[in-house]
Write a protein that binds this ligand. Structure first.
Ligand SMILES: Nc1ncnc2c1ncn2[C@@H]1O[C@H](COP(=O)(O)OP(=O)(O)OP(=O)(O)O)[C@@H](O)[C@H]1O
Ligand SMILES: [Mg+2]
Length: 147
């Protein structure tokens, strides 16, 4: 396991971190994100999607559960598991159809779906500090080439 620790001081700082991280993404990479409301999961995802070449709006798919981003360097799907608590719920989102290894998967609120997080996933753990401070730890099963 390779661990990378960062501290950011603004939303842009977290987006820039995500952008840099995107250079390590491959088809099928799963990014399992953990951390409270407002801790920066969507900001990080937005930066990573920018890095893959998407310029439009990126927000938490809280009601849609999943948003797809196609046509960049890699296709990506962004899940918000905030309202998911069982395997049945997750099945209902179509999540399992996304596991064919073709897309990058960003998943917020993986606390709610421990049963669905693969050992090969990259984990990103977000913690809020004072004010705009965010502590971000990335745990990857393989070394990430971008740092
Ligand atoms: N260092 C920082 N990094 C990221 N966001 C920050 C930072 N400092 C302040 N913010 C603010 O915190 C909020 C982070 O929102 P974001 O949507 O990324 O959180 P989230 O973890 O996805 O929350 P949710 O669980 O509600 O989806 C934004 O309002 C952003 O402007
Ligand atoms: Mg979010």
């Amino acid at each position: 396991m390779f661990k990378y620790d960062f501290t950011t001081y603004s939303q842009k700082g977290t987006e820039d971190l995500g952008k840099r991280f995107s250079g390590a993404l491959k088809p099928g990479t799963e990014i399992a994100m953990y951390g409270d409301l407002g801790s920066g999961k969507t900001a990080f995802t937005r930066g990573a999607l920018r890095g893959l070449g998407f310029e439009g709006n990126v927000s938490s798919p809280t009601f849609a559960i999943v948003n797809e981003y196609r046509g960049g360097r890699l296709d990506a799907a962004h899940f918000d598991m905030y309202r998911i608590s069982s395997e049945d719920d997750l099945y209902g989102t179509g999540f399992y159809d996304y596991l064919d290894g073709s897309m990058v998967l960003f998943m917020e609120w993986c606390e709610n779906i421990p049963f669905a997080v693969d050992d090969s996933a990259v984990k990103v753990i977000f913690e809020r500090g004072e004010g705009n401070v965010r502590y971000i730890r990335i745990e990857a099963p393989e070394e990430l080439s971008v740092w």
